[in-house]
Design a protein around this ligand. Structure first.
Ligand code: GLA
Length: 421
């Protein structure tokens, strides 16, 4: 314990009894009390482990089921996450999106509609599978689907979510845009009136969720309009949509991916950019296009929320969604989002730093033909060459020191992890 102070001089002036008591304290009790203090300090620190230390992974009902979703489908998604191995690959959130809401009663309590007879029992079911349960609302009076939002009921709704056992809330701007327009009309002198009102609405729910004492991941959805990557952390959110909705087309998926360029500095443990949910398995893209979708999303450290019908998932789509190494890139503890190193005409190179001095690279062929794309490791910081691992082929390619030409099919992608052992 000499690191703290030197006790030798103090001991010179003490009689023997006092000396031995002091000695006992210094030798026996002080070390114990020191460790006790460390333990007491460490306990609250571990309890404060941030939500979403890694990008959230799970399934969401919207992309496939939209407004048709029922209790049975959510339970079935939970079952399938387990039986397909997706839960064990990391997909742990089962998120019920819009259209679960019924009416508020005279006390203001919002009841689910007839498709969700007992939300607590649904949450319990999801939990019984070793999964977490997510739900959806809006700061406005209405959700995007026209169902009841949380306006003026934030604390009440947050408390109800906590009692149900909700672990995740997607909070979607929707009709709150009407309130923002009204604020602008009421305060023509204030150019920030709409923005200020929106921030206060998101902050209100963030505070209400926190006040429940239950760790509920808070996911903002305002389509990236007001740069939520800048205000999200300040309203206690852990992730925020950076774009308007994805759809199941290659064009839209690529447009969203390209719009992520420059946002990499806003991503990190506990705060993630969300380029929207996955469309893999919904049938609108080819296998190579879905591979590109997964490649880009894992490089972007995006939340991975599958949006397909897990009951009818093909082996190929399951292979893309559960590829262990691709997921490890997304979930790398460094928490870096890839930057686009270059875009040359219709192909691009993306790079994501990983733990252990490794780097993940994605080559994307946006053209309409198979292309031979040269990859020069010199240009991407590996002057001495590097050991190369092909993620999609699950193959070590040995050490590369020169320029390699990589063949990539139309709308396809290659994903590599480079290291210098
Ligand atoms: C918005 C969101 C979607 C989905 C729908 C539900 O469009 O961006 O992700 O939640 O609302 O109505």
């Amino acid at each position: 314990m000499g690191v703290f102070f030197d006790n030798s001089k103090a001991l010179l002036y003490c009689d023997n009894d006092v000396l031995s008591a002091v000695n006992l304290f210094m030798k026996r009790l002080l070390p114990i009390s020191w460790w006790l203090a460390v333990a007491l300090l460490a306990a609250p620190l571990s309890a404060q482990k941030p939500l979403a230390a890694l990008p959230a992974m799970g399934w969401n009902s919207w992309n496939h089921f939209a407004g048709r979703v029922t209790d049975a489908e959510v339970r079935s998604a939970a079952d399938q996450l387990v039986s397909t191995g997706m839960r064990d690959a990391g997909y742990i959130y089962v998120n019920l999106d819009d259209t679960w809401q019924g009416q508020r009663d005279s006390q203001g309590v919002l009841h689910p509609n007839a498709r969700f007879p007992d939300m607590k029992s649904l949450a319990d079911y999801v939990h019984s599978k070793g999964l977490k349960f997510g739900i959806y609302s809006s700061p406005g009076a209405k959700t995007c689907g026209g169902y009841a939002g949380s306006l003026d009921h934030e604390t009440q709704d947050a408390g109800m979510y906590a009692r149900w056992g909700v672990d995740y809330l997607k909070y979607d701007l929707c009709s709150f845009a009407d309130n923002m327009r009204a604020a602008r009309q009421q305060h023509p002198e204030d150019p920030m009136a709409e923005f200020t009102l929106m921030i206060s609405a998101y902050r209100k729910m963030g505070a209400a969720l926190k006040a429940t004492g239950r760790p509920i991941l808070y996911s903002l959805c305002e389509y990236g309009i007001d740069e939520p990557w800048k205000f999200g952390p300040g309203v206690d959110a852990q992730m925020w949509r950076t774009t308007d909705d994805i759809n199941d087309t290659y064009a839209r998926m690529m447009e969203i991916a390209y719009n992520q360029v420059g946002l990499e500095k806003y991503a990190g443990p506990g705060h993630w950019n969300d380029p929207d949910m996955l469309e893999i398995g919904n049938g609108g893209m080819s296998y190579d296009e879905y591979k590109t979708h997964m490649t880009l999303w894992v490089l972007l450290a995006a939340p991975l929320l599958a949006g397909n019908d897990l009951n009818t998932m093909s082996a190929a789509d399951k292979g893309l969604l559960t590829n262990r190494e691709a997921i490890a890139i997304d979930q790398d503890a460094l928490g870096k989002q890839a930057a686009r190193v270059w875009q040359r005409g219709d192909f691009s190179l993306w790079s994501k730093p990983l733990t252990g001095g490794r780097t993940a690279f994605g080559l994307i062929n946006n053209s309409w033909q198979t292309r031979n794309i040269p990859l020069d490791l010199n240009q991407i910081g590996f002057q001495q060459g590097a050991a190369v691992h092909d993620v999609w082929a699950d193959k070590d390619l040995g050490r590369w020191s020169a320029i390699k030409v990589i063949q990539i099919p139309k709308h396809g992608a290659a994903l590599y992890v480079l290291s210098n052992p």
